[in-house]
Design a binder for this molecule. Structure first.
Ligand SMILES: *Cc1c(COP(=O)(O)O)cnc(C)c1O
Length: 273
């Protein structure tokens, strides 16, 4: 890497070069990390004897557009964002064949702007109320979007107090509402984060799979596998795949640790520039 050479001659130049690069010194280049994740996904799928494809959502929240572009250039097309404003900022700066997944808590008053401003919004994984489903449905209709918007029902599988996600016993009702009353939405499946600290346990994954079985039966689907399972993040995506995940959401393993001052004490502060 050119920056390694620069290090020996001029430290200041090297620091500037790193500041512009999407990767930090501690992290692998995005393309390499991405390829690693893809290989690990394949191995996990093989171990589990899985034949269905598994989708990788590269979670780019808090990461600069340059990092997303690096992953795009390496072949990645599906990206996930948690914050509406961040998606609104990034989407126009990136190629239009990016498939954006919204994976954060979606407030009703942001629905219209995300649907109208991001025509390549491919999925909203975090529908957790009838009200939100109805709002999305109306927004898709009003935006004149041709194809229906894929959505997932977010389920709180931790059994702990959480503001986000329906309780497992309520997933059928919401899924049925979407399937029967929201003609502009396509129910793609179910999603879970896992524990409140964003780790997951096998129980979270099996709970989501059980929810899917019940939803599929209630909707009269021939097989539960007609619905997707979005589960598994950096720390547990291989296990999630082994337990049936069709959509994993991986952020820090691809893009490096996120630097929230309050949330990520493990990431060192950047060098002064
Ligand atoms: C941030 C986030 C991820 C990615 O987490 P990593 O541990 O960085 O892979 C996945 N899903 C959701 C909903 C997230 O908010």
């Amino acid at each position: 890497m050119a920056t390694a050479l620069l290090l020996s001659s001029s430290r200041r130049v090297a620091v500037k070069a790193f500041a512009r690069s999407a990767s930090t010194m501690a992290d692998k280049p995005v393309a390499v990390a991405l390829q690693d994740v893809v290989s690990r996904m394949k191995l996990a799928a093989e171990r589990a004897g899985r034949t269905q494809p598994v989708r990788l959502v590269a979670v780019s929240k808090t990461k600069p557009v340059e990092a997303v572009q690096e992953a795009y250039d390496a072949g990645q097309r599906v990206f996930g964002e948690n914050y509406v404003q961040e998606m609104l900022d990034k989407a126009p700066q990136l190629p239009t064949d990016v498939q954006w997944h919204f994976i954060g808590h979606l407030q009703s008053n942001k629905v219209k702007s995300i649907v109208e401003s991001v025509p390549n919004l491919s999925m909203v994984e975090t529908v957790d109320s009838v009200k939100l489903a109805d709002k999305l449905n109306r927004a898709v209709e009003q935006a004149g979007r041709q194809e229906p918007l894929a959505v997932m029902v977010q389920v709180n599988t931790s059994g702990e107090e959480s503001k986000h996600g329906v309780e497992p016993e309520d997933c059928v009702e919401l899924a049925r509402h979407i399937a029967q009353n929201c003609g502009k939405l396509r129910l793609a499946g179910l999603m879970t984060i896992g524990m409140p600290d964003y780790s997951s346990r096998p129980e979270n994954f099996s709970c989501l799979a059980e929810c899917r079985t019940r939803v599929a039966a209630a909707l009269g689907l021939a097989s539960p596998e007609q619905l997707e399972l979005s589960m598994g993040m950096s720390g547990d995506f291989e296990q999630a795949i082994e337990m049936g995940s069709t959509n994993i959401r991986v952020g820090s393993t691809i893009f490096g640790a996120r630097e929230y001052p309050s949330k990520a004490p493990k990431s060192p502060s950047p060098p002064p520039s």
